[in-house]
Design a protein around this ligand. Structure first.
Ligand code: SF4
Length: 317
């Protein structure tokens, strides 16, 4: 895994869910295999409910008790994260791998000042310069005031900058950003995404979860399109936007509000809950190109050049 910081192999995860007083097991991730090259911004994109957050929480070992990993490996620095005990994983989570959450308030302790929370990461009291440098990097101007503040005294954008500063202070190699701009207005969102791009320039690797393909187009090197627990298309961002292959990718692109005079097209239907068992291709109830085979046979992953696509349309055998 020389050039990759993270390799995920055949990862399947499901949940025990009680239905009619009986526990039943439903898959949320189905044999995901992905490689994440160092120093790149990788997108994981798709609608809500497609399994993006389950994927991130599996990497961070933050799954709820009713979840079960039934197969797979998550290789980070040549170790399978799934084999690491919780007490040892505390040296990885928040240190080597950090999370930028959707709601930054959830990651900050309301009882402590920003300064105390940043110093806690370093475990020393004499490293104020390191945290000041980190706050400068995330373009916080009134540093001394922010350091003395409690989380509730900061705006959403400022809190998200502090969270990004925390991952700089911890010197994490891998940053998982889970819809980091959802709670922010457009101009603040853009400045946060610019900050993430600057982290890439300084050698970090970011996995960015988003439902917004315009963010993928503007900021990400590789794009992984996810639908109901499968990666249905995986390519460079350039290729994905120039020649999208999977009907779901095409549908997401047609729903993007960027073409002058072109009427936006909604994707037919809605994403199903994981408790609904769909035979064949999971996208077939919503797919305009579906044929009979799609209703019964799960499509294979087809490798084509730098792209991998999971759709019968490209299976020539
Ligand atoms: Fe559509 Fe069939 Fe391809 Fe699934 S396999 S995306 S239903 S054409």
């Amino acid at each position: 895994m020389q050039n990759n910081i993270l390799e995920v192999k055949d990862l399947s995860v499901g949940f025990n869910i009680e239905i009619n007083n009986k526990d039943q097991f439903f898959y949320a991730l189905n044999g995901i295999s992905l490689e994440f090259e160092k120093g790149k911004m990788h997108a994981l994109a798709g609608e809500s409910g497609c399994g993006k957050s389950v994927f991130i929480n599996t990497i961070l070992k933050l799954l709820p008790k009713n979840a079960k990993i039934t197969s797979g490996e998550i290789l980070f620095e040549n170790n399978n994260l799934l084999d690491i005990k919780e007490e040892d994983f505390r040296n990885i989570r928040g240190k080597k791998i950090s999370l930028i959450p959707q709601d930054p308030f959830m990651s900050l302790n309301p009882l402590y000042t920003i300064e105390n929370q940043l110093l806690e990461i370093l475990n020393k009291n004499d490293d104020k310069e390191i945290i000041k440098t980190a706050l400068e990097k995330v373009k916080i101007k009134n540093i001394n005031t922010v350091l003395k503040s409690y989380p509730h005294e900061l705006s959403g954008g400022m809190k998200q900058r502090v969270i990004i500063a925390m991952s700089i202070v911890s010197d994490s190699d891998l940053i998982l950003a889970d819809e980091p701009t959802t709670a922010l207005d457009v101009s603040v969102s853009n400045s946060i995404l610019e900050l993430l791009s600057e982290l890439i320039n300084s050698g970090k690797t970011i996995i960015l979860i988003t439902h917004d393909l315009s963010i993928v187009s503007n900021y990400c090197d590789r794009a992984n399109i996810m639908y109901l627990g499968n990666i249905v298309e995986n390519s460079t961002s350039d290729k994905l936007f120039k020649t999208p292959l999977h009907p779901y990718t095409n549908a997401l692109l047609k729903a993007l509000p960027d073409k002058k005079g072109v009427k936006l097209q909604n994707i037919k239907g809605q994403i199903s809950p994981i408790t609904e068992i769909i035979q064949g291709c999971k996208f077939h109830p919503r797919c305009e190109k579906a044929t009979e085979i799609c209703k019964t046979i799960i499509p294979k992953k087809i490798n084509m050049d730098e792209t991998c696509v999971m759709c019968h349309l490209y299976d020539k055998n």
